[in-house]
Design a protein around this ligand. Sequence first.
Ligand code: ADP
Ligand code: RBF
Ligand code: MG
Length: 299
Amino acid sequence: MWSRAKALPGATRLLKHLRAHKIPIGLASNSPAKNIRSKLAYQPGWLESFKVIVAGDEVKEGKPSPEIYLEAAKLLKARPSSCLVIEDSPTGVNAGKAAGMKVVAVPSIPSKIARALYSGADSVLNSLLDFRPELWGLPPFQDWVGKALPIEPWYLGGPVIKGFGRGSKVLGIPTANLPTAALGSQLSQHVCGIYLGWAGLSNRGVYKMVMSVGWNPFFDNAAKTVEPWLLHDFPDDFYGEELRLIVVGYIRPEANFSSLELLIERIHEDAEIAKAALDLLPFSSYQDDKFLTTPLAKQ
Ligand code: ADP
Ligand code: RBF
Ligand code: MG
C-alpha cells in the first residue's frame, strides 16, 4: 500500500516548481529500485521530475553513509557543496551532511521527538509547505496570494463539541472544536499549521474562518485537533450544530510563544490575513459552495 499512499502536502508543488525552473533533481533513497519505481509511477509527473535516481541496492553502503548522495551528485554532474538535500529521516540527514551537502529536514515524526534527532540538519521544517527555495539560492515560489498559500481544498464537518474550555476563557478567542472521529483520515493526512477557509452553519450562514490544526504547542495538547475561529460575532454559542468547513489556504506552521499575549497577538494577525485573503481568488470562489449549507443527510 506504501506505493499508493497520498503525496505529502507540498511535494508535487515542489517538484513542479523545480522542474519549471530547470533545477536538476535527483532521488537518493535506501529503498530498492523496484519499490522506488512503483511509487514514482503512481504519482503523475513524479518519475519525469528526477534526472537521476540512486536506489539502496545500487550502492555498497546505504544511508547514513554519504555514498548514495555522492553517487547522485556525480550523476547530476554537480559538486556536493552545491547540492541541497531534502530529507525526512535522521539517517538521511546524517548521510547528506557526511556528503558535504546542505540539508533541509522535514521530519515525518512528531516535532518534540524530532528536535534532538535532526540536530545535524541546516534547517528543520514542519512540512514542505514551509520550504522557501530563495533561502537556498533557488527561485522563489510564485503561488502565495499575499500571506496565504492556496492549497487543494479539503472538506470536513461534524457536530460542534466541547473543546478544552480555553478558547474564550483564556484567549478571548472562541474556537469551535470538531470530534476527531468525524474527521477520519483527514486529521492524519493534513500537516499541522494555521489555515484559512469558509465555515457554514446550516441554520445561520457562511462565514470566513481561520483555524489551527495540530497539538497547540503552547498548551502541549495530547491530541491533534482542528479548531476553527469563525470571524463573526455570534450572540450565543452553537454546540451540537453541524459545522461545515472548506479549508482553502495555508498561513504558517504552529508555533510556540514565550507568553500568552504573543500567542493571542499572532492569532489576531492570522485572522487579519484570512479576512483579506478570503476576498481574493482563488479563496473567494468557495464561499458559494453548497457543501457549506447542505445538511449532512442530503449530501
Ligand atoms: P471549547 O473549549 O468548548 O471549544 P471555546 O471557549 O473555544 O470553548 O468556545 C467555542 C464555542 O463558542 C464554540 O463551540 C461555539 O459554540 C461558540 N462560539 C461563539 N462564537 C464563536 C466564533 N466566532 N467562532 C467559533 N466558536 C464560537
Ligand atoms: N496554539 C499554539 O500553541 N500555537 C499556535 O501557533 C497557534 N495558532 C493558532 C492560530 C489560530 C488562528 C487559532 C484559532 C488558534 C491557534 N492556536 C495556537 C490554538 C490555541 O492554542 C487554541 O485554539 C486554544 O488553546 C483553545 O483550545
Ligand atoms: Mg475551542
